[in-house]
Design a protein around this ligand. Structure first.
Ligand SMILES: [Fe+2]
Length: 178
């Protein structure tokens, strides 16, 4: 499959949003591939990682986040499962799971319920090694500040804004994937 072809079915190639999505997704893809190459012991599928990393944020177009030129009606936190639904319709079920399992360090059902998040009530946490690597790589890059790779301390602080245990899972990944 060609992820760019799928992106271009939904995004206007000449738009600012397209630029942001492609830049961010390429950064995440390259970081994730770096992990795959450094750690052959993980047995991750590099082709799948490359494709799914490019598509992980495809759902942002349906959300309302004017700072990054998203003018949809959904809450930003919904972009994961919305992207997942889009890729399911396109017939890419495995890639779809990467979309819905990459927000933060994943959204557990318990977390969704406790925080009354406007997303479907199911566990959306990264399970396969490829899902974990992409979720990890994504944390290094922001879509509002495209030119930086965030330092670990900043990522940890951001995750701890939500819950302390979020940063311990990230740090566990960091130990395995660095
Ligand atoms: Fe992302």
């Amino acid at each position: 499959m060609n992820p760019i072809e799928i992106i271009e079915k939904y995004y206007d190639k000449k738009s600012e949003l397209y630029e942001i999505l492609i830049k961010h997704s390429s950064q995440v893809r390259d970081k994730a591939l770096e992990v795959v190459q450094k750690h052959s012991e993980l047995g991750a599928d590099s082709q799948f990682v490359a494709e799914a990393a490019m598509l992980h944020d495809i759902g942002i177009i349906f959300t309302n986040a004017p700072k990054i030129y998203c003018f949809g009606k959904h809450n930003y936190i919904e972009h994961g499962y919305l992207g997942s639904e889009l890729l399911q319709q396109e017939g890419f079920l495995k890639h779809a799971l990467v979309c819905e399992r990459h927000t933060g360090v994943g959204l557990s059902l318990d977390w969704i319920v406790r925080n009354k998040l406007p997303v479907p009530h199911r566990d959306m946490v990264p399970i396969s090694i490829e899902e974990q690597i992409i979720c990890y790589a994504d944390k290094f890059f922001s879509k509002t500040n495209l030119n930086v790779c965030l330092p670990i301390e900043v990522i940890v602080k951001k995750l701890e804004k939500h819950e302390k245990s979020n940063s311990s899972l990230f740090l566990e990944w960091h130990n395995r994937f660095r």
